[in-house]
Design a protein around this ligand. Structure first.
Ligand SMILES: Cc1cn([C@H]2C[C@H](O)[C@@H](COP(=O)(O)OP(=O)(O)OP(=O)(O)O)O2)c(=O)[nH]c1=O
Length: 198
């Protein structure tokens, strides 16, 4: 019996994976999230998703019956990776930069077991309406931007900033569920559909 491990401290990722009916155990290992010099954003999120999964896989005692899922999300504006805010000023500057513009959200999902590692990167486009300084400061004061790539969460109060979105909503929140289900199937882990017909 294979055990699926979610290599993530993110409550969003736990909720998203639970949403598609897959039983899993959460384990977290810290990794270095510094981008490499001139690393392309898609390569960066893919490398981190794999690194998160591999770091947890390395700690497991029974690696034969284990699959580990890692994921990483980055907000990209004009080719620049905007990660989680380091402080208030950083978040205010990020939200001002996103105001009235379109940006990309890249999320990678990776699965690792004792014989292989596979990853998928999903790109979505999000457009923000124009925000003024008062709205940005009020949003920071809610606490929501603190632990999120690009200093916002589409699933929360920042939904009112999003005038358009193309791509995968679940990927923007933190885990692309359609692609995750496809990868899980490749590793013989059923989500609700196969489980229901088994
Ligand atoms: C853009 C966006 C990001 N986010 C979150 C998802 C991720 O939790 C976070 C991006 O940071 P990540 O470094 O991808 O993930 P994490 O540190 O929160 O969790 P872990 O590495 O342990 O898996 O931003 C939202 O919740 N909503 C959004 O709309």
């Amino acid at each position: 019996m294979t055990t699926l491990y979610l290599a993530s401290a993110s409550p969003r990722r736990r909720e998203l994976l639970a949403q598609i009916g897959v039983p899993f155990v959460t384990r977290v290992q810290p990794i270095d999230e510094t981008p490499l010099p001139a690393e392309a954003p898609a390569a960066y999120v893919e490398r981190l998703a794999l690194a998160k999964a591999q770091a947890v896989f390395a700690t497991l005692e029974d690696r034969h019956d284990a699959v580990v899922l890692g994921s990483d999300t980055a907000v990209v504006l004009d080719g620049r990776i905007l990660g989680k805010p380091v402080d208030r000023e950083d978040a205010l500057a990020t939200l001002a930069a996103l105001s009235g513009r379109e940006h990309q959200v890249l999320t990678a999902v990776a699965l690792v077991n004792d014989i292989r590692a596979e990853a998928r990167v999903v790109a979505s486009t999000v457009r923000f309406k124009t925000l003024d300084r008062t709205q940005i400061e009020a949003y920071w004061a809610t606490g929501e931007p603190r632990d999120k790539a690009g200093s916002y969460g589409i699933q929360g109060l920042a939904a009112v900033f999003v005038s358009q979105m193309q791509g995968s909503y679940s990927a923007v929140v933190g885990l692309p569920l359609c692609e995750t289900a496809e990868l899980l199937a490749q590793f013989a882990i059923p989500c609700w559909q196969q489980a229901a017909s088994a």
